[in-house]
Design a protein around this ligand. Structure first.
Ligand SMILES: CSC[C@@H](O)[C@@H](O)C(=O)COP(=O)(O)O
Length: 338
């Protein structure tokens, strides 16, 4: 299952809007179409959006024809920046590739492709490291609740919150995963799809069933990914994460957030300042083009803010930290990220 691949100016994405029923790949050679693929969620998930945007800039550099090359590149980067507002990985990756743009097109194309490749490879290493840190919780007969898709489809490799499952499964550990369906876009179906493809025991539940499973004592821990972590440890992730964290707190179920360091935004003091994307009403009124409710006023925020106080631990590629301002400051002052 290759979510993103790039070769000779061509970016190929696995079309996540068609999964799990159809496996379709789309190849792009224009940055505008890549921007639309991010907006339409052909590709989704914070790390995958960042990687795609980085390759999108390389594709955009190859589209240059005349005029100021640097101005052309600024337009390409701005277009990609305005695709989705919440996941900070997008902005982080674009900043990285912007830094290698010079006045020379040929030299820049090569540098952009190399930088995008580095971002991709670093994400693979991050996935593995997060998986190794979280794996200690995946013991025989344990059971986990997962929300949205922080998996292979959302990253370059094992996923973030799903990585410990892949690693433990290979070691022969028997455990269970409950995947929230994650209305309105049903990313939980993607998680169920990719875990079941790997032979992992996964059960899909409606979002409303999650608290009941915790009440029944069936959940060892909740694992989620994230789209942005504020300096104080508040976490923004897919809508529906906050109610899970509240239920987990009430039923004393550990709640872990898998967070690559590029997902931290130290410029944001707390979660209330993180921009929350509102998506189109049809995502709520329709499921796969089938109307399911009245056509009325809809409120459709794509993400919510989970306060640090509800989080047991944040697991980065460097290990687990407490969700506090001090712990996060300490992590980054060690030079992990400026
Ligand atoms: C490792 S991916 C973590 C998050 O990006 C994921 O949980 C999520 O919220 C994705 O949202 P999406 O709207 O599907 O892009």
């Amino acid at each position: 299952m290759k979510t993103i691949s790039y070769k000779d100016g061509k970016l190929t994405l696995l079309d996540q809007t068609q999964l799990p029923h159809q496996t379709t790949y789309i190849t792009y050679t224009e940055h505008e179409k890549i921007a639309r693929a991010i907006e339409d969620m052909v590709v989704r998930g914070a790390p995958a959006i960042g990687i795609t945007a980085a390759y999108g800039v390389a594709v955009g550099a190859r589209e240059y024809q005349r005029g100021s090359f640097k101005e052309h590149m600024t337009r390409v980067i701005e277009r990609l920046q305005h695709t989705r507002p919440t996941a900070v990985n997008l902005h982080w990756a674009l900043k990285r590739v912007h830094a290698v743009v010079t006045d020379h097109p040929a030299e820049t194309i090569q540098a952009l492709e190399q930088e995008a490749e580095r971002i991709f490879e670093e994400d693979q290493a991050i996935n593995l490291a997060i998986g190794q840190h979280l794996k200690r919780l995946v013991t025989e007969s344990s059971a986990f609740l997962i929300h949205c898709n922080p998996g292979r489809l959302a990253t370059s490799d094992y996923g973030t919150a799903t990585a410990p499952f892949y690693l433990a499964h290979v070691e022969g550990v028997k455990f269970k995963v409950y995947s929230d369906e994650t209305r309105p876009r049903l990313q939980g179906a993607l998680t169920a799809y990719e875990l079941s493809e790997a032979g992992i025991d996964v059960t899909v539940i409606t979002d409303s069933t999650a608290a009941t499973l915790m009440q029944q004592g069936k959940i060892t821990a909740v694992f989620v990914g994230c789209d942005r972590v504020a300096a104080n440890g508040d976490v923004v992730n897919k809508i529906g994460t906050l109610p899970l964290a509240i239920a987990a707190h009430y039923f004393k179920v550990p709640f872990y957030v898998a967070a690559p360091t590029p997902t931290f935004d130290l410029t944001i003091e707390d979660g209330s300042h993180i921009p929350i994307e509102e998506r189109h009403a049809t995502e709520v009124t329709h499921i796969r083009e089938q109307p399911v409710t009245i056509e009325g006023t809809v409120y459709n925020p794509a993400f919510d803010v989970t306060p640090a106080a509800l989080i047991t631990g944040i697991v980065t590629e460097h290990g687990e930290i407490e969700p506090t301002y001090e712990a996060i400051k300490n992590l980054f002052s060690k030079g992990e990220k400026e």
